[in-house]
Design a protein around this ligand. Structure first.
Ligand code: SF4
Length: 218
């Protein structure tokens, strides 16, 4: 790909944002949740797991545990069993309980609305905090960088590498802050529906004219 100026890359990113917005007008977080606590728990469970599987698990989980106190007070083996099929279940159960215990102890069971407070909770990295802030509270403090966003940002030549923190910083420079949450939804939707990890459907891609297809085998 010929060297692209920052201004050109910015402009191309706006075009990608618009084209994906037209392709996926209803793009949203695909985890089912009602309220910030449920989204926090669902996002912890979504690590290395599909949203579909998480939604199956949380449909039952959220009937049984309704508050941070419920999660914190449950016997660990019970939570482990309930989230087993999402993988890494011991760690996830431990993080959910530690996180909920801290919520009860420090902030009366409410999910905080700042990156620093969320990030300080067990099992809550920047990505999880961004998901909760952007989707439960409508607060854009960063761009969610998951496996799809990483892959697409690289293929589209918007950012380079696998370091989520660096990728996020690069993407934040290219996208207006109000669109940060939407931008990651759009990349995730496109990654799931068109720009597959193994077999990207470049021939039918809505943004093929804007994509240098970096690293895609022809
Ligand atoms: S052109 Fe291919 S690599 Fe680029 S976004 Fe579309 S599907 Fe992905």
């Amino acid at each position: 790909m010929p060297r692209e100026s920052n201004a050109d890359k910015f402009e191309r990113t706006q075009k990608i944002l618009s084209a994906l917005g037209r392709a996926y007008p209803g793009a949203h977080c695909e985890l089912n949740f009602s309220g910030p606590l449920q989204l926090l728990v669902a996002t912890i469970l979504s690590a290395q797991c599909t949203d579909k599987r998480v939604n199956l698990v949380t449909a039952e989980l959220f009937k049984k545990y309704r508050t941070a106190k419920d999660f914190a007070a449950a016997p660990p083996a019970e939570i482990e069993e309930a989230v087993k099929s999402t993988g890494f279940f011991r760690n996830k159960a431990k993080n959910i309980q530690a996180c909920c215990a801290a919520l009860v102890e420090k902030v009366g069971g409410e999910v905080p609305r700042t990156m620093d407070e969320l990030h300080a909770l067990a099992g809550v990295g920047r990505k999880t905090a961004n998901v909760v802030l952007g989707n439960a509270f409508g607060i854009n403090v960063g761009v969610v960088v998951d496996t799809h966003v990483t892959r697409l940002a690289n293929r589209l030549g918007l950012a380079k590498g696998a370091d989520a923190v660096k990728l996020e910083q690069e993407l934040m420079k290219l996208v207006p802050q109000d669109d940060w949450a939407l931008f990651s939804h759009l990349l995730i939707w496109h990654g799931r529906r068109r720009c597959d990890a193994r077999k990207p459907d470049c021939a039918n891609c809505e943004i093929k004219k804007l994509c240098p297809q970096i690293g895609v085998k022809k």
